[in-house]
Design a protein around this ligand. Structure first.
Ligand code: E4P
Length: 217
């Protein structure tokens, strides 16, 4: 499973990128707001740093303006994936931009039918939002599973980009189901390294090592 980093914070992306833990980046208007940066400027900086796809989201609501915004965002760098919402206008934009050879990430997906439409419109990525479904007492992971089944039934090559990942368990379950990509905040990716038994085991080793009185360096 590929890891995309869900942030517009350049320093956090750089750290994960240097570790080989960043196969791409996703941003959205809320993350741009949080970064305090100009969208065109920060997207360019990220796209130059990371080899994989960098999603930048359109904000127009009608197809003509979305297409124009998408074309402008796509010009920033070759690895830009234009992010469009899963609305009828977003699907039209997806069709046009994907036929022009631009990667398109269709976002705000909350149902299997929406994912089916995105695949038929030529989406490179579909972004089902797990955490936001969990927030309203639905099972976001069931949605990932359903989309996996449907895409495999018909051989769609749209990649399932599991989004709104809030917990390390979401990451495990997405990998088990076979999501192609997950996008998660840096904090969740870092938490995947943690285990209480690792901490306890290391503590014991350190105490025993101190008792030996030895040094390696
Ligand atoms: C990524 O593409 C999404 O914008 C992001 O994962 C949403 O996550 P949230 O529901 O935690 O805001």
């Amino acid at each position: 499973m590929k890891f995309f980093v869900d942030t517009a914070e350049v320093n956090e992306i750089a750290e994960l990128n240097d570790l080989g833990m960043c196969d791409g980046v996703t941003t959205n208007p809320s993350l741009i707001l949080k970064s305090g940066r100009d969208i065109l400027e920060v997207t360019k900086e990220i796209a130059n740093m990371v080899e994989g796809p960098v999603s930048a989201e359109v904000v127009a609501l009608n197809a003509d303006d979305m297409i124009a915004e998408g074309r402008k965002l796509a010009k920033i760098a070759d690895n830009i994936a234009v992010k469009v919402p899963l609305t009828w206008a977003g699907l039209k934009t997806c069709k046009v931009l994907s036929e022009e050879g631009t990667m398109v990430n269709v976002t705000l997906c909350f149902s299997a039918n929406q994912a089916l439409l995105a695949a038929k419109a030529g989406a490179t990525f579909i972004s089902p939002f797990i955490g936001r479904l969990d927030d309203i007492n639905l099972d976001g992971l069931d949605l990932i599973d359903d989309i996996r089944t449907i895409y495999d039934n018909y051989g769609f090559d749209t990649q399932i980009l599991a989004a709104s990942i809030r917990t390390v368990n979401h990451a495990t379950e997405c990998a088990k189901i076979g999501a192609d990509v997950m996008t998660a905040p840096p904090s969740v990716i870092k938490k995947m390294a943690h285990h209480i038994l690792t901490d306890q085991g290391l503590d014991t080793f350190m105490k025993d090592w101190a008792k030996t009185g030895q040094k390696i360096l």
